[in-house]
Ligand binder design. Structure first.
Ligand SMILES: Nc1ncnc2c1ncn2[C@@H]1O[C@H](COP(=O)(O)OP(=O)(O)OP(=O)(O)O)[C@@H](O)[C@H]1O
Length: 386
């Protein structure tokens, strides 16, 4: 009797699990279909059209309109094929993303302390680069592989330290153009090229910010951009860009990389630092959970940490005037043209290319930026930054 009962309960447990899995899969498909439908106005219109045909089909069935029903049915039957053709690019990128997604990503294999160390090194480097108004683009790989983009740069495979990160972006070095990619606890490469976004960004954002948004549209990487013009720091993820101050940057990276649930009050792109140096009023969850003296001690701890990172950043000395002594950008010479979005940028890229050709004519073997920076020491190569 008890064996029968056990069998029955195991059977019903199995069928409950099966039903839950069934519902979950259908929910997942619906979720992605609706997300796709909402992603742009074209897909929204197409889905509205499909809904209309389904309504016509149901109505014609109800009213017995045979010819209308025949055509509506035909449309629905063949519509599936038409949808695959129409959404081919979206489906391809969705499958590509799925294929590149790795549950056991490099970053997930790091321990909590290693992740926090990684975040602190990045934040320290960004603090210094931002203060020095040295442009930078740093992408951190998450579950979707960035190997394809690492291949466009110069491989490094070095430890992630604030010193190395800042050195890379010093403008008199050959690797400063392009992006640094971090995979796990290593700097995989520098000087990588990212496909820029086609979105209409505000005019103040140039090629570097476009590249940062671009990579965030096609992968789940988190990218930090430091503006050379203003020193402002932005983060891009999932096709969105946010301006952050140093504290918000640390919170954001801790949350996305270490999974720590510290909310960030980072406003949408264009909103500059609003809280620099002040206590973070948004860090309520932990203090609400432990209302005794936890909030204070947590805030104090964070303040201490930020001070530590400030001291660390202050210890690193960047060469003075490196932005005035910068060589011809190595970027266009490596056949990775900076996409030009305005006429001025286009002209700049053409001038740079022309100069690169002239340079190659004088000394064909000296294409490396290192050689060029040596020449700059003689005062020959002063170039304004594009
Ligand atoms: N597609 C790209 N992938 C990687 N890096 C890029 C790309 N396009 C531009 N960059 C980097 O950005 C630099 C040019 O930045 P630009 O001044 O046009 O951008 P910006 O968004 O206005 O940033 P900033 O505020 O720093 O001037 C290039 O020298 C190069 O290092």
């Amino acid at each position: 009797m008890s064996g029968l009962f056990l069998n029955w309960s195991l059977d019903s447990f199995g069928s409950v699990i099966r039903s839950l899995a069934d519902i979950f899969i259908v929910w997942l498909i619906l979720y992605y279909v609706l997300r796709l439908a909402r992603s742009n106005s074209r897909t929204t219109q197409i889905f509205k059209g499909i809904l209309l045909v389904i309504i016509v089909d149901a109505l014609s069935n109800l009213l017995g309109l045979k010819t209308v029903k025949y055509f509506a049915d035909m449309f629905i039957n063949w519509g599936f094929l038409a949808l695959i053709i129409i959404f081919q690019p979206e489906l391809r990128s969705m499958l590509e993303k799925l294929g590149k997604t790795n549950v056991f990503s490099r970053i997930s294999s790091l321990s909590g302390n290693e992740k926090e160390h990684l975040v602190d090194q990045i934040v320290t480097a960004v603090m210094l680069l931002s203060k020095d108004k040295t442009g930078a683009l740093i992408s951190i790989e998450r579950s979707q592989s960035l190997d394809d983009y690492v291949a466009t740069g110069t491989k490094l495979n070095s430890d992630v330290t604030a010193e190395i990160l800042t050195s890379i972006f010093v403008t008199t070095t050959p690797l400063h153009d392009g992006a640094v990619i971090i995979q796990g606890d290593k700097i995989a490469c520098a000087s990588a090229y990212f496909p820029p976004t086609n979105l209409d960004l505000p005019g103040r954002y140039g090629a570097r910010h476009r590249a940062a948004v671009g990579i965030s549209e096609i992968t789940d990487a988190v990218t930090v951009v430091v503006s050379e013009e203003t020193g402002n720091v932005s983060v891009t993820e999932g096709g969105r860009m946010m301006s952050v101050n140093e504290r918000q940057l640390r919170d954001y990276l801790l949350r996305t990389i270490c999974g720590q649930s510290t909310p960030v009050d980072a406003s949408e792109s264009g909103n500059d630092e609003t809280e620099t140096g002040s206590g973070n009023d948004q860090e309520e969850p932990s203090s609400r959970r432990f209302p005794f003296f936890h909030a204070e001690s947590e805030q104090e701890k964070e303040e201490e940490k930020m001070e530590e990172l400030h001291d660390e950043a202050a210890r690193i000395k960047l060469p003075q005037n490196h932005k005035h002594d910068r060589p011809i950008p190595s970027y266009p010479q490596q056949d990775r043209k900076i996409p030009s979005f305005t006429e001025a940028e286009k002209q700049m890229a053409e001038i740079e290319e022309k100069k690169a050709h002239e340079h190659a004519r004088i000394e064909p073997e000296s294409v490396s930026g290192l050689k060029r920076s040596e020449e700059d020491d003689d005062g020959k190569g002063d170039e304004p930054h594009a």
